[in-house]
Design a protein around this ligand. Structure first.
Ligand SMILES: [Zn+2]
Ligand SMILES: [Zn+2]
Length: 416
């Protein structure tokens, strides 16, 4: 199969040679990921839930990396380089959250002096995955929502209410998101409603928790415009409208130090996204649903409902391929796909009929290192159970003992 010029086509024998050499020397755990390992004849790596340890792709490397990357990304063991973007899929999945696939969430670590963290969407389960990355809790306070389907925002309660108890001490969660066609459909109303829903949690946190950390500050922007919605510390985030169910869904483009990342959110194949990629994009993560028959079989939906869901609101592998051909990313990624060993080859086969460039079927903990020289896709090897890392608190706050309620004195079990 003909390949794009920026993807190496070294023969499979070279890959084998690299692996053999790696096994023969002490550096066997730090194998250089060879771009030559991309081949249509190479079997796809298994998903992580089935024992796989690599990103699901035949093209894990685009370009020529300036440094060697360990075969797996190990949180806490690899510095983010100056000028680099590290993009980690925290939620690759669907409304049906599983232990293998949290709902939508992409984390971007920025190689600026501040080492800013931004998340794009925050679906169910994504913060459980964040907890495995050994990153400070206190830095996670910038959330960009593509739309208000629950599978894209439901961990906002956890970030606001619960993370303020384990280290988020410096003030509000900042949320950016689109307006709706009426105020109650917009991000501002949503954020205020979440704050209101957390009234008991907030009142009960009085004393030991910085009250400002339990607040949400929403920046709502007009859904239909392509516009810059965030610009700070060398990072620029631009929103653009996408076509998904009703008006009021957007995608985002992030630019930093000459590097760029575009996230589709949920969408049908949409031209504003293609236009947002004009001038080049290093990494484009686009939604992709399985073909309708596979979606029906995997989800239990009838074929009619699966077809409507796919055609009216989402993107088929064929559609994603057409978008990639127009947008021409250095590296493409798919998310929102129901991963199974049967569905993955089906998705990539249909995609491959129209798009021949580099693509990764992302799963939770697929990690992209984006640099000027290369885009590298790996899978992280994580621990499921870690204590929180609070991070450095910069805002002064003195915790106090909350006063006891009047009725407790006579109802508490005496302890001595
Ligand atoms: Zn949606
Ligand atoms: Zn969705």
């Amino acid at each position: 199969m003909k390949r794009r010029s920026h993807t190496s086509t070294e023969p499979i024998s070279r890959c084998s040679a690299v692996r053999l050499a790696g096994a023969a020397i002490p550096l066997l755990l730090v194998l250089l990921l060879s771009p030559g390992c991309a081949s249509q004849t190479t079997a796809l790596p298994a998903p992580a839930f089935a024992g796989g340890t690599k990103a699901i792709t035949r093209t894990p490397v685009v370009g020529t990396p300036k440094r060697q990357y360990a075969e797996s990304f190990i949180p806490g063991e690899e510095k983010l380089e100056d000028g680099e973007l590290r993009v980690t899929v925290l939620g690759s999945g669907n409304p049906w959250t599983t232990r293998a696939q949290a709902s939508a969430c992409i984390l971007v670590e920025v190689g600026n002096p501040e080492r800013d963290l931004l998340v794009f969407d925050l679906g169910s389960g994504s913060l459980a995955n964040y907890a495995s990355l050994k990153l400070p809790v206190n830095k996670l306070n910038k959330v960009f929502l593509t739309h208000l389907h629950a599978d894209h925002m439901s961990d906002l309660l956890t970030l606001s209410g619960s993370y303020s108890k384990v280290g988020r001490a410096d003030g509000p969660v900042y949320v950016w998101g689109p307006s709706g066609t009426e105020p109650r459909l917009g991000t501002k109303h949503f954020a205020e409603s979440i704050e209101e829903a957390l009234a008991w949690d907030t009142a009960a946190g009085y004393g030991p928790i910085n009250p400002k950390s339990m607040t949400i500050v929403a920046s709502e922007f007009e859904w239909h415009k392509t516009q810059v919605v965030y610009e700070k510390n060398g990072i620029k985030v631009t929103s653009f409208p996408v076509i998904h169910c009703i008006s009021g869904a957007v995608g985002y483009r992030l630019d930093f130090a000459g590097l760029s990342f575009v996230f589709s959110g949920d969408t049908r194949p949409s031209l504003p996204l293609v236009r947002a990629c004009e001038g080049g994009v290093d990494l484009l993560i686009h939604e992709c649903f399985p073909p309708a028959a596979a979606l029906a079989a995997a989800s239990g939906l009838s074929i009619e409902r699966a077809t409507i869901a796919l055609n009216a609101a989402h993107t088929s592998p064929n559609g994603a391929g057409k978008v990639f051909n127009l947008a021409k990313p250095r590296m493409a990624g798919l998310y929102h796909t129901l991963l199974s060993p049967q569905v993955i080859p089906m998705v990539l086969a249909e995609l491959g009929e129209v798009y021949k460039g580099p693509v990764v079927q992302t799963q939770d903990f697929t990690v992209f290192n984006v640099t000027k020289e290369a885009v590298v896709a790996r899978q992280a090897k994580v621990s499921d159970q870690l204590p929180p890392i609070p991070g450095i608190q910069t805002e002064p706050f003195t915790p106090t003992q909350a006063p006891p309620q009047d009725w407790w004195a006579k109802e508490l079990v005496p302890l001595d």
